[in-house]
Design a protein around this ligand. Structure first.
Ligand code: LMR
Length: 396
């Protein structure tokens, strides 16, 4: 059965995480996997999460099955967080299921699309998160790319993107990042979302928005502006969201998929197919992460505490972006890295070669993905000078 299999290549992000852990150098700097780190380089459990967990432990009375859509309280509260007080919610056009992480939501979306329209192509930004193409291909979907990131100008190829979207055939799907684009850090500006909505309407394609970093760029509402606008203007949409980053619940695997249909009845029918898809993949999601998030969002004091912690994380990332950009310039590192300060979320491309990435890792214990994507949240006041010195040594 298995003897003919060829070894699969290591995942470019998770493989790097394993190599980093094995590196004995105590001055190593991890700018690889997309995990938030605080000023001391740690990824602590948020205080609001700790409290919600303790309360759950004390009050929980059963471990019986939840059901295919997961925790109804979580689903209602995550809808309020992602979509806000949205007409689609008031009109009964939204159906949400909680999923094992944002990746679980994407896989449910992919399988659902395959049942609904197997001939559809899923269009993704060039570049996109490395796992996006494989998740959709694994479900049997065809994929294609639309232009997105200009590596020379470190900015959005807005005209080329809109031009490509103006040719997407009816019935196809366009995957968009709500904010904190992974891997480029370059987001769709507010004024472009209405144009995307217009094109979707004109062409008849459906948006699928991946919102893995709500609250990490400019704020919870600001970061959700795109999907909220699309859900208002278009008859149908899928929204995949994640609580890995904004609740720092990475290993609990908690995310959500929201289906927005053209009417309440249409949503109900489609949601029955979504539930069948879920039953076939993992039957029902694990409960713990959802219970924590539901409790935080349903308790005024915990919610305020969480919001304050989230704001601190966002401000730290935006602050360290400014510092990294300024210190690379002050050290005279070859190149213009001012874009780091302008971009949002955890990631930026340094725009250096794979050989330079290897030298940073082997000679200076600075770890980044071979595409030159860096997790800016891995930098702090302590390791920033070492990162800048390593960049100076490798780039001149
Ligand atoms: C990343 O892009 O580093 C994160 O989303 C973690 C992952 O699963 O790849």
């Amino acid at each position: 059965m298995f003897s003919h299999l060829k070894a699969a290549p290591a995942d470019p992000i998770l493989g790097l995480m394993a190599t980093y852990r094995e590196d004995p150098r105590d001055f190593k700097v991890d700018l690889g996997v997309g995990v938030y780190r605080d000023e001391s380089g740690a990824t602590p459990i948020m205080a609001a999460v700790k409290k919600a967990e303790a309360a759950r432990l004390a009050e929980d009375v059963t471990k019986t099955y939840l059901g295919m859509a997961g925790d109804p309280q979580f689903n209602a509260r995550i809808d309020a967080l992602t979509l806000g007080d949205h007409p689609a919610r008031r009109d009964g056009r939204v159906f949400t299921a909680h999923t094992p992480g944002g990746t679980g939501a994407l896989r449910v979306a992919a399988d659902l699309l395959h049942r609904a329209r197997p001939e559809a192509t899923v269009w993704m930004s060039d570049p996109t998160w490395g796992n996006h193409p494989s998740v959709f291909k694994a479900a049997g979907m065809k994929i294609a790319e639309y232009p997105y990131y200009d590596g020379k100008a470190q900015s959005l190829r807005a005209d080329a993107m809109l031009d490509a979207l103006s040719k997407v055939p009816a019935g196809d799907v366009v995957l968009l990042h709500a904010s904190c684009h992974n891997p480029s850090g370059v987001d769709i500006p507010a004024e472009l979302w209405p144009k995307i909505a217009e094109l979707a309407e004109k062409q008849g394609f459906m948006p699928l928005v991946d919102m893995a970093y709500q609250g990490f760029a400019d704020g919870l509402d600001q970061d959700a502006l795109g999907p909220r606008l699309l859900a208002e203007r278009l008859p149908e949409m899928l929204l995949c969201s994640s609580c890995s980053k904004n609740f720092a619940l990475y290993r609990e695997r908690i995310g959500a998929i929201s289906l927005i249909g053209e009417s309440s009845a249409a949503t109900q029918t489609a949601s029955s197919v979504m539930l069948a898809v879920i039953r076939n993949i993992y039957s029902m999601p694990p409960a713990h992460g959802a219970a924590i998030v539901a409790r935080i969002l349903g308790d005024e004091a915990l919610k305020v505490e969480w919001l304050t912690e989230l704001e601190h994380m966002r401000n730290r990332i935006n602050g360290i972006r400014q510092q990294a950009s300024a210190q690379l310039a002050a050290a005279g590192v070859n190149g213009d890295f001012s874009f780091i300060a302008r971009q949002r979320g955890m990631f930026s491309f340094l725009g250096i070669s794979p050989e330079q990435v290897t030298r940073l890792r082997e000679e200076h214990a600075v770890y980044l993905v071979s595409s030159s994507r860096v997790n800016i949240a891995g930098l702090n006041e302590d390791n920033l000078p070492r990162f800048v010195a390593a960049m100076k040594a490798v780039l001149g």
